[in-house]
Design a protein around this ligand. Structure first.
Ligand code: FAD
Length: 346
């Protein structure tokens, strides 16, 4: 049991729900809040239906302001949009961002802080938590109570239910594949106010150990691996970078993203950003097609929540078949060739 102001008594869960307010770290691109951050909003709703949510965006220029407009009408629970308008936040550098999070939390006194388990979120959250002297709860996949969470352990082979017993804020990163963004649209009259964050703390920030160099990304029309509805993945069985082009052709036809195992990445067939698994991206598409992937637990950790899994492997005993809904035991090049011939262009 907990005690609220005025001497009234509430059950702990209920009183917690009444006191919930959440700061969500929002990533944005091209003037829109990223889908992974919209999932963080869905997680805020799972904490409490009456949650008061502040969305924090950083960066500079017109895309920031466009993204702030998008954020203001992105979810009915959004109470305010906080904008940190400075070049310092234009790139995902965790050090200044952690200072920003500390400053915003100290002013806002939120009960919860949520970021997505993206590369940026994973980099930022522990640093900000250290500055605020709390322990973050990472990789949350379900929320049972405002301070009770489910998270995978042992590369996704077991689920652990944890209760956060520390001081406010309860800081957590969420797996965006586990929280579907709301489809409920905002009533037209409810557009949250946009407020500029006081950045005077920037003057006090002493040394920064990292600086932004550049961004190299593949110029592709294909969907982002983490959010794609269909993913076609290649393993070491593909045997070469050249053969991965066949997979790319199939991805073109299916409007899919291309993924890879760590063995394929380590062999230099594809860049690291395509890696799916425990130390790569976590995906949960509607359809996951794996070619020449053995199904090591570290790979399964990144794709086992996919809705339909199809595996093509010449080894009938390959562990991937234990999680596959449909399996083809055979030569992947034969199957790929046939699929490419028979499927119409998109
Ligand atoms: P292999 O295990 O070599 O399998 C290749 C498969 O292709 C075989 O099953 C074979 O039968 C099949 N094959 C070959 N030729 C053909 C053909 N012509 N037709 C059909 N099938 C064919 N791995 C990840 O993927 N993601 C991670 O994030 C990840 N993180 C890791 C973290 C740690 C700490 C460690 C220790 C390992 C991690 N790994 C990860 C590596 C993982 O353990 C496996 O080594 C890796 O997933 C194997 O990749 P693979 O299936 O492509 O290769």
């Amino acid at each position: 049991r907990g005690r609220a102001g005025g001497g009234a008594r509430y059950f702990a869960g209920e009183s917690l729900r009444r006191l919930v307010s959440t700061l969500v770290v929002a990533e944005h691109e091209g003037g829109l809040v990223k889908p992974s951050s919209l999932s963080a909003l869905a997680a805020a709703e799972a904490i409490a239906k009456e949650n008061k949510v502040s969305l924090l965006l950083g960066g500079s220029g017109p895309t920031l302001h466009k993204a702030a407009q998008h954020a203001a009408s992105s979810h009915p629970l959004v109470n305010e949009v906080l904008v940190a308008d400075s070049d310092v936040f234009a790139h995902p550098l965790a050090e200044p961002w952690a200072e920003l999070l500390r400053s915003v939390q100290q002013k806002g006194g939120y009960s919860h802080v949520i970021a997505s388990s993206t590369s940026f979120g994973k980099n930022l959250l522990p640093r900000a938590a250290a500055l605020l002297d709390v322990s973050p709860v990472t990789d949350v996949t379900a929320i049972s109570e405002p301070r009770v969470f489910v998270r995978p352990i042992y590369a996704g082979n077991a689920l652990c239910t944890v209760r956060y017993t520390g001081e406010n804020p309860c800081m957590m990163s969420i797996r965006s594949t586990s929280f579907s963004p709301t489809t409920e649209s905002m009533p037209e009259t409810k557009v949250a106010p946009i407020t500029q964050v006081d950045l005077s703390f920037l003057n006090e920030v002493s040394s920064r150990k990292s600086s932004w160099v550049n961004l190299t990304s593949q110029d592709t029309e294909r969907p982002d691996l983490a959010n794609a509805c269909v993913v076609v993945t290649g393993g070491r069985g593909l045997k070469s970078a050249e053969n991965f082009k066949l997979l790319e052709q199939l991805a073109e036809k299916l409007g899919a993203a291309v993924g890879a195992t760590r063995a394929a990445v380590d062999a230099g067939y594809v860049p690291n950003e395509l890696q799916v698994g425990q130390t790569g991206k976590i995906v949960a598409p509607e359809l996951y097609i794996a070619f020449g992937v053995s199904g090591a637990i570290q790979h399964l950790a990144g794709m086992r929540d996919s809705k339909v899994i199809v595996a093509v492997n010449k080894d009938a005993d390959a562990p991937i078949f234990q999680v596959a809904d449909y399996g083809i035991v055979g030569d992947l090049f034969q199957v790929l060739g046939e699929l490419l011939r028979k499927m119409p262009d998109k």
